[in-house]
Design a protein around this ligand. Structure first.
Ligand SMILES: [Zn+2]
Ligand SMILES: [Zn+2]
Length: 493
């Protein structure tokens, strides 16, 4: 049917075993189907191993299909590593076009393949037969993230380019119906900026960073003015605040931007806890021994906080690329996962390395991208991160304990009825709210530390711990020894 050979089907379904069988039995990877596509064209849309095998068996890289599409065009569906593999052969250019002047970047933009759009860094200005750039194509289908990536690369000048019908990307976006409303808003915001400007959201960055601190302060002030009803107001407004913070997540998934709202939440927590601790709960100052201990502890905590925000998390340099591999074919021949090639940094990752899309670097001993610190945790700062969490947990414990003793001291002597407690909580809502938040954060941190212990004690990180199945046989005592030796000496594996 359609001129397909069995090899076409095997390649289309990514069936390695059948491809091996057919090729070794003499199947020709260069036979074309009715649309002029070879089995190799289909292979390029998926499995890297099959691409490699067919090249060994003499697949002709110069063949184009009836639409003039090269193997590189077909590889756009296969992802950036497949595209890079073909590029390594030296037979293709990213500016290659089919008979409608469509480049691989146009194709990636039209299918919404953001990974390939990120990888294809050239030919952004190329226009197809209708005079459309990749930005026109992405705008027409409402691809917010693709448009954002392209604008980051070219600046706002691309917004003014017209296709042969005289339409700009914004005009095309206005005609659409699906995700176009959000996109139209985004493009309208930047169309009046100077053409060499790259879209940035700097004002939004600082607003988002300080939003939790400021709105928390506003709620507490309103509550204070309402006296005895303060507790009720806090009970209503703080859940609203939490909701509006956690719904901020969409900005990251849409534009892949590091979103500072969680860092802002952490800063708000530190700031408001400090204010409540010293302003409200510690009236005898600075004579009490507890105050002095807490001040030393908070200084250490703030020092660790600043250090963890500035220290390099362990970014992988170009020279540290795994020397065993120099091209994708090396990976395939050594039976390694093709994912070990990072198409964004264009290097081969050593073990336990992962690329972080938010930080845009490969991180050694990758643990996770911490939303609340707006940074990656890896080889460079993993120990520091653990010390920071431990000292945060101690601070929360100190806060909750002091809060309990403070509320007891405010209680009229001997009486413990429920109504009296509720009245007290209404009047002392500031302390009560901060205590609840500190207690909840403490619970979360305990869970986090258990997760971290499980990973560090197997000699790895939370991201890679599944790989260390042998290490998981160790006894609890052995795990403690490994975890402590990491914490004290930084020794892993
Ligand atoms: Zn990378
Ligand atoms: Zn990161």
């Amino acid at each position: 049917w359609g001129g397909f050979t069995p090899l076409h089907y095997a390649a289309l379904h990514g069936n390695r075993a059948l491809v091996d069988l057919f090729l070794s039995a003499g199947a020709d990877p260069n036979l074309t189907c009715d649309a002029g596509q070879t089995a190799f064209h289909f292979a390029c849309q998926g499995n890297l191993y099959i691409i490699h095998q067919m090249m060994q068996y003499g697949a002709d890289l110069r063949l184009i299909d009836l639409q003039g599409k090269t193997s590189l065009h077909h590889a756009v569906t296969g992802g950036s590593i497949a595209v890079h593999y073909l590029w390594e052969t030296g037979m293709f250019r990213f500016t290659d076009t089919d008979m409608y002047q469509v480049t691989p970047l146009h194709l990636a933009a039209s299918t919404g393949n953001t990974e390939v759009v990120r990888y294809l860094r050239c030919a952004v200005d190329a226009v197809d037969q209708q005079g459309a750039t990749a930005l026109h194509v992405a705008a027409e289908r409402g691809g917010v993230e693709v448009c954002w990536i392209l604008l980051q690369r070219t600046g706002c000048r691309m917004l003014h380019q017209k296709n042969h019908s005289g339409l700009t990307p914004l005009d095309l976006s206005k005609q659409g119906k699906t995700f176009h409303q959000q996109l139209t808003k985004l493009l309208s915001r930047y169309i009046n900026e100077p053409i060499h400007h790259k879209p940035r959201e700097s004002h939004l960055y600082y607003w988002t960073l300080f939003f939790p601190s400021l709105s928390g302060a506003a709620i507490l002030l309103i509550a204070a003015m309402l006296g005895g009803y303060g507790g009720v107001i806090c009970g209503l407004l703080f859940p609203w605040l939490a909701r509006s913070i956690f719904t901020q997540y969409h900005r990251m998934t849409t534009y892949q931007l590091p979103n500072p709202v969680y860092l802002g939440t952490l800063i708000a927590g530190l700031f408001h806890s400090l204010l409540c601790f010293y302003g409200k709960m510690m009236p005898v100052w600075p004579t009490s021994a507890l105050t002095q201990v807490s001040m030393v502890h908070f200084s250490i905590l703030l020092g660790l906080f600043c250090k963890v925000l500035t220290q390099d998390p362990g970014a992988l340099d170009r020279e540290e690329s795994d020397p065993r591999f120099s091209c994708i074919a090396d990976l395939v021949e050594n039976n390694q996962s093709p994912q070990r090639f990072c198409p964004y940094c264009e290097l081969f990752q050593p073990d336990y390395t992962k690329h972080c899309k938010l930080c845009e670097v490969c991180i050694k001993d990758y643990d996770h991208h911490c939303l609340f610190l707006n940074r990656c945790i890896g080889r460079g700062n993993h120990r520091l991160f653990l010390f920071f969490i431990l000292s945060m947990a101690a601070a929360h414990l100190l806060f909750v304990a002091t809060g309990i003793s403070y509320l007891y001291s405010k209680m009229p002597g001997g009486s413990h009825s429920l109504s009296l407690w509720l009245t007290l909580l209404g009047e002392e809502f500031w302390v009560a709210v901060m205590m609840v938040m500190n207690a909840l954060t403490l619970l979360w941190e305990v869970w986090l530390l258990i997760e971290q212990f499980d990973a560090v004690a197997t000699g790895t990180t939370t991201y890679f711990r599944q790989c260390e199945s042998a290490a998981r046989q160790r006894s609890l005592a052995q795990r403690w020894v490994i975890a402590l030796s990491f914490l004290l000496e930084g020794r892993r594996r």
